[in-house]
Design a protein around this ligand. Structure first.
Ligand SMILES: Cc1cc2nc3c(=O)[nH]c(=O)nc-3n(C[C@H](O)[C@H](O)[C@H](O)COP(=O)(O)OP(=O)(O)OC[C@H]3O[C@@H](n4cnc5c(N)ncnc54)[C@H](O)[C@@H]3O)c2cc1C
Ligand SMILES: O=C(O)[C@@H]1CCCCN1
Length: 381
């Protein structure tokens, strides 16, 4: 049988690409190397932040549609995927990065509340605002229920006639008008191919002669115990937060209110150490956990500054931290979605839509030049 499209990788991006293809009546096969559900890529775990607070207008515009598409999936699957919490953004008030996000939120009329220092603790109890930092709340941001969302996208894909084959690792790709994809247990053919292989994208793309400057990082996903249960809880309307330029570390620190593990708040560092995706759990580098402990002692005094649970996840980062959404430079019927750089989950429905559009030979709904492969020319590593 010849498929209209094969999608490699059933993380959030591949699952949403397959979802849109099936809704467009395209006969689609979604291949996944691990038995689903699994926790070895980037889309597992219960929660992710959803927000429009971005410096770049192109992300904000994509998020405007993404919220609508998330709501559509909630209806189709009959499950709740989004919980409104708000997002607290803290960072050096006169710093460039904080000012850029603040002004782009205001320019794009994103519902925002600026908290002045004297009123901060009245709105956000149990948090110490660093001296010199400003605070803004994006009121419509919140939490996505990630595991549930992944299952829902896959279920709707199947309802529309899509086929999932899990526990099948793709080991070879032969490009052509008809592409042949070989797994460790079968061979499939399709007119179009979408590669959304997350941390394995670099290896898989090398089978097609393409080298992308993708780097895989292992992230320690840390949960911290509330000294008084409920003090940072989603039920008490505690928001998600992003701390830009914390004193303890070079990169951002972020957190989500206690929810999935009652009494534990997720607070993580937006960086990690390089890893081979097949060796992720052999690595035990916890340097950044010390930086988190320092930050928590200083700014979140209601948490015990030693992590109660540490899980693992992976980022696949590009040099500029923007995604790769493009056609293969040598084979126009191969479309690539990669390098989501630790912030791609919330865009899943829109990423899936544009990858689907490209693989159907349509013009994508967005200007994808920030995500093109050509931008790496001259910087191939
Ligand atoms: C700790 C952490 C926190 C994050 N927080 C946020 C957040 O708050 N908000 C947000 O929007 N984003 C967040 N992200 C980022 C987001 O989760 C990722 O951008 C997104 O999940 C990437 O999805 P993906 O489909 O590209 O990759 P994956 O989920 O890794 O999917 C790729 C799939 O391809 C499969 N595959 C690979 N190679 C093969 C092969 N050869 N054959 C068959 N299958 C194959 C893999 O097994 C995998 O299932 C976070 C990420 C992490 C790790
Ligand atoms: O995508 C997000 O919204 C978060 C922000 C902080 C770092 C991890 N990803």
């Amino acid at each position: 049988m010849v498929y209209e499209c094969i999608v490699i990788g059933a993380g959030i991006q591949g699952s949403f690409t397959a979802y849109h293809l099936a809704k467009n009546n395209k006969k689609t096969l979604l291949l996944e190397q691990f038995v689903l559900p699994h926790s070895r890529g980037s889309s597992h775990g219960q929660t992710r932040i959803i927000r429009k607070a971005y410096e770049h207008d192109f992300y904000i515009h994509m998020m405007q549609e993404s919220y609508k598409l998330w709501a559509e999936l909630e209806k189709e699957a009959g499950v709740k995927l989004y919980r409104h919490t708000g997002l607290l953004l803290m960072g050096p008030e006169n710093g460039k990065d904080f000012q850029l996000i603040k002004s782009s939120m205001q320019r794009n009329k994103i519902p925002t509340v600026v908290l002045e220092r004297h009123e901060f603790s009245q709105h956000i109890p149990n948090v110490n605002l660093t001296s010199g930092d400003g605070a803004i709340v994006e009121t419509t941001a919140g939490v996505l229920y990630a595991d549930r969302a992944l299952r829902a996208a896959q279920a709707v894909f199947q309802t529309h006639g899509g086929t999932i084959k899990d526990g099948e690792k793709v080991i070879n790709i032969e490009p052509g008008d008809l592409i042949t994809v070989t797994t460790d247990s079968g061979t499939y053919q399709a007119k179009n191919l979408v590669i959304t292989a997350g941390p394995w994208a670099k290896t898989l793309l090398s089978h097609t002669g393409l080298q992308l400057p993708l780097q895989v990082l292992r992230i320690n996903v840390c949960y911290w115990k509330e000294k008084i249960p409920g003090s940072y809880s989603i039920n008490n309307r505690f928001p998600c937060f992003i701390q830009m330029q914390p004193k303890e570390a070079e990169h951002d620190i972020y957190g989500l209110p206690s929810n999935e593990y009652p009494g534990l708040m997720k607070v993580c560092y937006h960086m990690g150490s390089e890893t081979d995706p097949d060796e992720r759990d052999r690595q035990t580098d916890r340097r950044e956990v010390d930086a988190l402990s320092g930050y928590i002692s200083r700014c979140f005094p209601g948490l015990v500054p030693v992590p109660a649970v540490v899980e693992s996840c992976m980022y696949t980062i590009t040099p500029d931290k923007h995604f790769v959404l493009d056609r293969h430079p040598s084979y126009s019927n191969i479309v690539i979605g990669a390098g989501f750089s630790g912030h791609g989950f919330k865009f899943g429905p829109v990423v899936g839509k544009v990858l689907c559009e490209m693989s159907m030979g349509q013009n994508p709904s967005y200007d994808l030049s920030p995500f093109s492969i050509h931008r790496f020319n001259g910087n191939p590593k």
